[in-house]
Design a protein around this ligand. Structure first.
Ligand SMILES: *Cc1c(COP(=O)(O)O)cnc(C)c1O
Length: 366
């Protein structure tokens, strides 16, 4: 048996921490779904055990977002958020048209590369020259773009749009919300299509949530494979083929958990406090720790990347942190350093304990 500290705090960027009660409910559902004597893993996706799970999850997602089920559909697709990078332009980027993209990080870069397989992309703003450490201001979008694409939270670099930019009326808006989905209230209705891989903030890997305005699907390209058309999935209420039922069940439990907490206003207050606590500790360390995003209004509340004075110290820090029970802190392989991901389910107690560890390590090694 491996030995580890009795309390572990999981800072993993994704797959990431889930509420303990959700993991317990999921374990139970694998053994016996709602007293049926059957495992969730062995029942039909069109049967009486699964039916209510599908419907309730869709209903709760929209309720939390303040969107109406008459206007929007909730789809449960495979292939991760990366799949949406290709599916979005396949459906909505006409050969003769173009789409506006804002490049705020690695995932946005990949979304742009995929869109270029289908048509023209205008990168209307990019923070790449500054290593993506800020959110562009005063972005000028085209009023004749087929759509515009944003990434609400940049998981690797730790920036976020806390206020979305002004955009021209009539241009459909699409957003990758994988790493801050349902972390705070926002005007979701400005978007025609929102997608989020569940494994950061909404559930386990294996399902990507797509929230799409039904009327928008009418504009989709008709000349594409059935399975890749949003229209197919909307028409079939996300049951065109077998959806990832276990992952959807866990997402449903996370939605219940969020509702019980008090919804997005409640989770916003929790997330704001965690982020404030952590950034204050980094900023107050007399430069021993340096948050890589300096402008407070651009800082992510979900992913907090930071550096130490040397790479050798970073290595030591990560080792000692892990031994003390703070796991998943290594920065993304493309940028190095450290990153604390503090998604919805991450507790304030973990941030408080970690802040104590930060101070202690700085005192010993500063
Ligand atoms: C993790 C992530 C992705 C990629 O998600 P996959 O589900 O692994 O394809 C895309 N966009 C953002 C913002 C992410 O954080």
């Amino acid at each position: 048996m491996s030995s580890h500290p009795s309390t572990l705090y999981n800072f993993s960027p994704g797959p990431a921490i889930l509420p303990r009660e959700v993991i317990e409910a999921a374990s139970q559902a694998v053994l016996d779904i709602n007293g049926s004597g059957l495992s969730l893993l062995e029942v039909s996706h069109r049967g009486k055990e699964y039916d209510p799970i599908h419907e309730q999850t869709q209903k709760d997602v929209l309720e939390l977002m303040g969107l109406s089920p008459e206007e929007y559909s909730v789809l449960f697709l495979g292939g991760g958020a990366s799949f949406q990078f290709a599916m979005v332009p396949m459906n909505f980027l006409p050969r003769e048209g173009f789409a506006d993209y804002v490049n705020t990080g690695e995932w946005a870069t990949r979304a742009i590369a995929e869109a270029r397989h289908f048509g023209r992309v205008e990168v209307v703003a990019s923070s790449e020259a500054e290593k993506f450490n800020y959110i562009p201001r005063d972005v000028k979008f085209h009023d004749d773009a087929a759509y515009l694409h944003l990434t609400s939270n940049n998981t690797i670099y730790g920036t976020a749009w806390h206020t979305f930019p002004e955009t021209p009326a009539g241009v459909p808006q699409i957003c990758d919300m994988s790493s801050d989905f349902l972390a705070r209230p926002m005007d979701f209705s400005r978007f025609d299509l929102i997608y989020a891989g569940a494994q950061k903030n909404a559930g386990p890997a294996g399902v990507t949530l797509v929230i799409i305005r039904k009327a928008y699907t009418a504009r989709a390209n008709k000349n594409i494979p059935t399975i890749l058309s949003y229209q197919t999935h909307v028409k079939n209420n996300a049951l065109y083929n077998t959806p990832p039922v276990f992952s959807i069940y866990v997402v449903g439990q996370v939605m219940q958990w969020l509702k019980n907490l008090g919804g997005l206003t409640a989770i916003e207050a929790i997330n704001r406090k965690k982020a404030d606590t952590l950034y204050a500790a980094l900023d107050g360390s007399s430069g021993f720790y340096r948050a890589t995003v300096s402008r407070p209004s651009d800082r992510s509340w979900m992913n907090v990347p930071f550096r130490l004075p040397t790479e050798a110290l970073e290595k030591k820090f990560l080792q000692e942190a892990e031994a003390a029970g703070f796991v998943g802190l290594k920065g993304h392989r493309s940028v190095g350093g450290c990153r604390a991901s503090i998604y919805n389910a991450f507790p304030q107690a973990g941030v408080d304990a970690f802040v104590g560890f930060l101070a202690e390590f700085a005192r010993k090694n500063g």
